[in-house]
Design a binder for this molecule. Structure first.
Ligand code: HEC
Ligand code: HEC
Length: 430
């Protein structure tokens, strides 16, 4: 099974030579990475600490202060939240009957760390677990038909009639609210249906929030409208740092997570901690997800790479492109385009504001994986390039007056036409 061959590398139990190194007092079979993540607070703390690329931003400082500290304000004391949700259908948004609400089933096998059970749970959570509640006004506007989901680029799945990955959540006090799920931003319509992992480059969350909240301060509203489709600020309260939603399919290969690489992905536990803490901050630090949900999501996200061509050198028809890639790109992007390290903005000729953000900056951008890049929407951290053809287009390098001062990411712009075409072909096979 492809998943077992490629997908679960990080789950192979680490060698536990001495019992002490397995973190438990009792002698038993060694636990997998995710088994330890589920059951050992000290392991989770260590996974957090080893995954922070720098401790010098607010993202890191908040987590170090709240995640598995053992102190009174430790996030692990928050209630584990698994609310009843029903998926939002185009018909139910217009007043039709909503599908039955149900919480995620958390089978004991998942709690015990069974990979199959966690993977299935993660797949369901990706489409159903509430990631970010929408303000009441936005909900009212969506339901009244004042906000039309398609106008904001929310996807529509003809097979299920679902809209934009929205769910209706039953809140603790009995009220209800609409919420985004991971799939709202991280799934997109492809020629053969919805593709999980690909960013929805059409979703204009900023405009939807602005239109749905008529009483926003004018300068805040203007900022939201400037984000544009495919860009979201998930970091600041002020909305000053929109970034392009990344492609999650090559996630397993990325050494660094986030455009500015704030998280170092050392193993699947780094990702589980990242997902868990994202959900805690996404819900104003009032609840935490059950750990099976964050572990399952991490496992599911890693499995998305199985939908990409297998890693490695593609067939001989791409030899010329491979040579160009090896000379021009592999030094940063990895021999197989799997993604690389951190590069200062000046070295990739990109705007440095997000790299140096006090919120989640490291001073650099991570070099993204190029696997699946031809199906990706907006490129670069700020989504300033519309797609691969635009990135490779030599006209980016000239203005009517002559050479442009500084086209961003210029590495292919001076290639002879044949080489550029060969490179384009190679990239579509990665
Ligand atoms: C409102 C849109 C939105 C929603 C909803 C959302 N994300 Fe994201 N996601 C983003 C943006 C924007 C980034 C880029 C953040 C950065 O680079 O700092 C991101 C980054 C990520 C990353 C890092 C990927 C990488 O290559 O660096 C992961 C993993 C991730 N999201 C998982 C999830 C999961 C799991 C959920 C659901 C629980 C979710 N996201 C919900 C917008 C969203
Ligand atoms: C000096 C290092 C460096 C070299 C050389 C380089 N890149 Fe990049 N590349 C980067 C960095 C860093 C980013 C991310 C920049 C950002 O997020 O703004 C990037 C981003 C990209 C992206 C956008 C991916 C995405 O998901 O946003 C593509 C496509 C890309 N590079 C292709 C190439 C190709 C093709 C070559 C060779 C012709 C190449 N790169 C050479 C550093 C490099």
């Amino acid at each position: 099974m492809a998943l077992l061959e490629h997908g679960l590398r990080g789950l192979i139990p680490a060698a536990c030579v001495a019992v002490a190194s397995c973190g438990g007092a009792s002698v038993g079979p060694p636990r997998s990475e995710l088994g330890r993540y589920l059951h050992e607070a000290s392991f989770r703390r260590q996974a957090l600490e080893s995954s922070l690329t720098t401790t010098d931003n607010r993202y890191a400082r908040l987590r170090l202060a709240r995640y598995e500290t053992g102190a009174a304000e430790d996030w692990s004391r928050l209630p584990a939240w698994n609310p009843a949700v029903s998926v939002v259908l185009a018909s139910s948004l217009g007043g039709g009957e909503a599908p039955a609400a149900a919480a995620l089933d958390l089978p004991s096998e998942a709690q015990e760390g069974s990979e199959a059970a966690l993977l299935e749970l993660g797949r369901l959570a990706f489409w159903r677990y509430p990631a970010m509640l929408l303000p009441e006004r936005t909900e009212v506007a969506l339901r009244s038909g004042e906000l039309v989901p398609a106008r904001y680029g929310l996807w529509r799945d003809p097979a299920s009639d679902r809209v934009g990955g929205l769910v209706e959540v039953t809140l603790q006090g009995g009220g209800r609210a609409l919420s985004l799920t991971c799939s709202s931003c991280h799934a997109a319509e492809g020629p053969r249906g919805l593709v999980p992992g690909v960013a929805n480059a059409r979703f204009d969350y900023g405009a939807m929030s602005a239109d749905g909240n008529p009483n926003l301060p004018p300068e805040y509203e203007a900022r939201l409208r400037r984000w544009g489709p495919g860009r979201v600020d998930v970091a600041t309260l002020e909305g000053t740092e929109p970034i392009a939603v990344p492609d999650l399919r090559p996630l397993r290969d990325q050494r660094f997570l986030h455009r500015a690489g704030a998280v170092t992905q050392r193993s699947i536990a780094s990702l589980a901690v990242r997902v868990e803490t994202l959900l805690i901050t996404g819900h104003q630090q009032a609840v935490r997800p059950p750990r099976e949900v964050s572990a399952g999501l991490a496992l599911y996200l890693w499995s998305l790479a199985d939908a990409l061509p297998p890693r490695g050198r593609p067939g001989p028809s791409t030899d010329r492109g491979w040579r160009v890639f090896s000379q021009r790109c592999a030094g940063c992007h990895g021999a197989e385009g799997q993604g690389g390290g951190l590069v200062e903005p000046e070295d990739s000729v990109t705007d440095g504001a997000i790299a140096r953000s006090a919120e989640r900056g490291t001073g650099s951008y991570r070099v993204p994986s190029l696997r699946g890049v031809t199906d990706r929407g907006l490129l670069l951290h700020d989504g300033s390039i519309a797609g691969l053809d635009a990135l490779l287009d030599p006209r980016r390098g000239v203005t009517p007056e002559g050479p442009a001062a500084m086209p961003s990411h210029p590495f292919a712009l001076d290639l002879p036409e044949d080489d550029r075409r060969a490179l384009r072909e190679l990239l579509s096979a990665l």
